[in-house]
Design a protein around this ligand. Structure first.
Ligand SMILES: [Zn+2]
Length: 161
């Protein structure tokens, strides 16, 4: 391996470590505690209502947009990379996704998650993030990685050269 190649590899490893560190900081500093049983019970007893859950139908997945023809109506437009459907057709076929966990998170993270189309339950008693994954560390969640990546990018552009 040439010196230049070794340097490149080091740079890559450092970047990757910086990114993983950011994901961990984001999760550790903003995700407070899991209250799944509490929220589920209150929803079941109708103290809480599903109507108060924002983004229960996940937004059109802007992460995987590609240009192409919609699989259903055939319109040539931006389509979802997974389903190959345009926004309109996507909405018609989308079913509610299961929420596995409810978490209390910081106000800042809550609004970031809401912007990303994550389920947020908010009422007079508080606010909870409806997590659609389970069984892995929160810092590994796709949406957390996405927010961390954006944070890093904005930090790097703000830094003077
Ligand atoms: Zn369509």
């Amino acid at each position: 391996m040439t010196l230049r190649k070794a340097e490149k590899k080091m740079e890559f490893v450092e970047k990757e470590m910086e990114f993983m560190q950011k994901c961990a900081e984001l999760a550790d500093g903003n995700v407070y505690c899991r209250q799944s049983s509490l929220v589920e019970k209150l929803l079941l007893d109708e103290v809480f209502t599903w109507d108060d859950v924002d983004n229960l139908n996940e937004h059109f997945n802007a992460r995987h947009l590609i240009n192409g023809n919609c699989n259903d109506c055939g319109a040539r437009t931006e389509i979802d990379g997974d389903t190959e459907l345009c926004k309109t057709c996507f909405k018609e076929t989308w079913e509610d996704q299961e929420i596995y966990e409810w978490w209390v998170v910081s106000d800042w993270l809550r609004e970031k998650l809401r912007d990303k189309g994550q389920a947020i339950l908010e009422n007079d008693y508080g606010a909870w993030w409806g997590r659609r994954t389970t069984g892995q560390a929160i810092k590994m969640d796709g949406v957390i990685r996405e927010i961390a990546k954006e944070l890093l990018e904005s930090e790097n552009t703000e830094k003077p050269l």
